[in-house]
Design a binder for this molecule. Structure first.
Ligand code: ADP
Ligand code: MG
Length: 483
């Protein structure tokens, strides 16, 4: 490990409470310009080894802290993040390209995760089990030990906080590998954790490439659990690496989530939410509402309203706070473009379809809000995750058909249902094959468990369930005696 002098604009790894600069670094790109504006450490096997060892050392005392102590630290961390909210939002907006106000929401979510688990940490109980009367039989909940966390670039701060807060609350020590496309807020988060008073080594961050630091971490024999959010192919690799070490993995992968609008829905409420469910973060959201399934009675009206919103969407660099920023990278722009080209032959393009016209959009990775109508359920654009600001519209005739289309992809993450009929809403909740259903809204707080079915992965994030998921249960039996 080389602790080199900090070059200008260089972000380190955080290992055992130290800022660590590596010999090689990675350029960090501003998606609005395509130009580098910072560099970050490029960790490899050596740094990952050191981070895992630092976490293991820290665990020897962290495991003996009380829930109340950890709760207080998490709460102080939430305050420190709040004090740095503007700085973090500006950094996140620059690094990911997302509109500033969306980055501010991400910071608020980050704060909320640490606050939520700081409150909840004292509610982790074992149980006393009625068994033979000559012995005392009970369970306790224990932390795994060292947990690995590999996260993507779309909501770096939000997802880092989502996975770290319950892991730390449960008493684990963490090693986080942020995505190479947007690593900076993770580094700042670890620095702020030290400022908040977390002991050295409890939270380590090893920026680097997926095939290097990512693979080194997920395959490391010194970790006890791995959490991953990202793509299906990499999720499979993480699961294989975890299987090699016989440790549990939690995988939050992609989605192709539907918003299902029944004929009785209030279109005034539906329209802006359905639009923002795909345009927020330029559609680069695992739980984006990427497919609109709409009853044929309201189909024409809703598409016309959506077209108006898409046409009036402002586009620009994230820090100018437009409605829509660029996508993350040239590669992502190309992926979106290719699927949209396929879509032109499959469906009716209503709006958008490519890079917006104008000099301001030539350098960065901008893509127009794009709306396809009359999309067949089996079309490639209705089946494959596009991860861009592209909405497909498919009309349906009855509820059975709507559910069949909704369930008819490889994914199963979330679904939105829009109706004022409570019986139908409840029937849909039962029949939809996904981890979360939202009725007459498309927002979900930190409190509601979140996790996929099918190729959307397995494991659970958020809510009380995520806290329990970072523990395992120990059973104990103690014989009674009078002497
Ligand atoms: P995307 O395709 O959207 O960029 P990925 O699934 O490739 O998403 O990336 C999510 C995270 O997984 C990133 O932190 C990335 O560096 C990491 N990653 C990529 N490849 C591997 C790998 N082979 N092993 C472990 N982590 C990886
Ligand atoms: Mg970036």
């Amino acid at each position: 490990m080389n602790k080199l002098v900090k070059p200008e604009g260089a972000y380190p790894a955080i290992i055992g409470g130290e800022r660590v600069f590596t010999a090689q670094s990675i350029e960090v790109i501003d998606p609005a310009t395509g130009k580098a504006f910072a560099t970050v450490a490029r960790c490899g096997a050596q740094e990952v080894d050191l981070a895992v060892a630092a976490a293991r050392r820290a665990f020897s005392t962290w495991r003996l802290t009380t829930a109340a102590e950890r709760g207080r630290l998490l709460s102080r961390f939430a305050q420190v993040i709040t004090q740095h909210a503007d700085e973090l939002a500006a950094l996140e907006s620059r690094d990911t390209g997302k509109p500033l106000r969306q980055a501010k929401v991400d910071v608020a979510f980050s704060v909320r995760y640490f606050e939520y688990y700081s409150n909840m940490v004292e509610a982790v109980f074992g149980s006393v089990i009625p068994a033979a009367t000559d012995r005392f039989t009970f369970t306790t909940r224990e932390a795994y030990g060292v947990t690995g966390h590999i996260i993507p670039w779309n909501y770096p701060l939000g997802i880092a906080s989502r996975t770290l807060a319950p892991a730390l609350a449960a008493g684990n020590c963490c090693v986080l590998k942020p995505a190479e496309q947007a690593p900076l807020s993770s580094v700042r988060l670890a620095e702020l954790a030290l400022e908040a008073g977390f002991p050295a080594g409890v939270l380590n961050v090893v920026p680097g490439l997926g095939a290097e630091a990512g693979a080194d971490l997920s395959g490391h024999t010194g970790i006890d659990h791995v959490s991953f959010t990202g793509s299906v192919p990499v999720g499979r690799k993480i699961a294989e690496a975890a299987a090699g070490n016989l440790i549990p993995a939690a995988l939050e992968l992609g989605g192709k989530s539907p918003n299902i609008v029944l004929a009785d829905a209030d279109l005034d409420v539906v329209t802006p939410v359905v639009a923002s469910a795909i345009l927020q973060n330029a559609g680069q959201t695992c739980s984006a509402g990427a497919r609109l399934l709409v009853h044929r009675d309201v189909h024409t009206e809703l598409v016309s309203r959506l077209k108006d919103i898409f046409a009036s969407t402002t586009i620009g660099a994230g820090n100018t706070d437009p409605d829509l920023g660029p996508v993350i990278s040239a590669l992502q722009h190309q992926r979106v473009s290719e699927l949209v080209e396929i879509g032109r032959d499959e469906a009716e393009l209503i709006h958008g379809g490519g890079r917006p016209a104008g000099a301001a959009y030539e350098e960065g990775y901008f893509f127009e809000p794009t709306l396809f109508d009359h999309v067949a359920p089996q079309a490639a654009i209705a089946q494959r995750e596009i991860f861009g600001p592209v909405l497909t519209v498919t009309p349906f005739g009855d509820l059975e058909e709507a559910v069949a289309i909704a369930n008819g992809t490889d994914y199963g993450l979330v679904a939105g249902v829009w109706t004022r009929n409570i019986g139908r809403a409840n029937w849909m909740i039962r029949e939809l094959h996904c981890g979360q259903v939202m009725v007459n809204t498309f927002s979900n707080g930190v409190e509601l468990p979140f996790g996929g079915r099918k190729k959307s992965g397995y494991g659970v994030e958020k809510g009380y369930d995520a806290l329990l998921a970072f523990t395992h249960v120990k059973g104990a039996v103690v014989m009674m005696s009078k002497d």
